[in-house]
Design a protein around this ligand. Structure first.
Ligand code: HEC
Length: 132
């Protein structure tokens, strides 16, 4: 069934989204949302946006909940999930592939700039835990 195959392909692209795979994601017709040129991602702003839009599932302390995985986890270190993965996750949602929580729905009210701020916040917290 073509529909099913397309959906499997999409999950695989997200799963494989390390730096080297980004061009392949783009080649498959993915539009990667881009923050405004020259934006300085602001972790403090990201923290507030994270609390409002992400914490319910990924945990107020980024350690996960019964609805979503921890962001303070090696699987989300920058070399395994590049910042691009955050943009794609928020814009398109995520098909469950690493965990058993089910799919993540898109969060359409956030702009790419919002996501860049959130990513800066998460990266800062990861670094504090030695995840880099
Ligand atoms: C309704 C629950 C829920 C909310 C709200 C949510 N997520 Fe998720 N998110 C998930 C689940 C579940 C997964 C894990 C899917 C898997 O890999 O099994 C996930 C995975 C991710 C991933 C990994 C994507 C990948 O490529 O594997 C990123 C990045 C992410 N979320 C970022 C965010 C950000 C940023 C927000 C807030 C804007 C957010 N999430 C809000 C449930 C949620």
């Amino acid at each position: 069934m073509p529909m099913t195959r397309a959906r499997i392909g999409r999950g695989a692209v997200i799963a494989a989204l390390s730096g080297a795979m980004i061009s392949s994601a783009a080649a498959q017709g993915w539009t990667i949302p881009q923050p405004s040129p020259g934006l300085m991602p602001n972790p403090a702003q990201g923290k507030a946006l994270y609390a409002q839009h992400c914490a319910a599932c990924h945990g107020t302390d980024l350690k996960g909940s019964d609805k979503g995985p921890p962001m303070l986890h090696k699987v989300y270190e920058p070399s395994h999930h590049a910042n691009m993965a955050f943009q794609l996750a928020v814009a398109n949602g995520v098909r469950a592939h690493h965990w058993q929580f089910g799919d993540m729905a898109p969060v359409p009210e956030l702009t790419p700039d919002d996501v860049a701020h959130i990513t800066a916040f998460v990266r800062g917290e990861q670094r504090k835990m030695g995840i880099r």
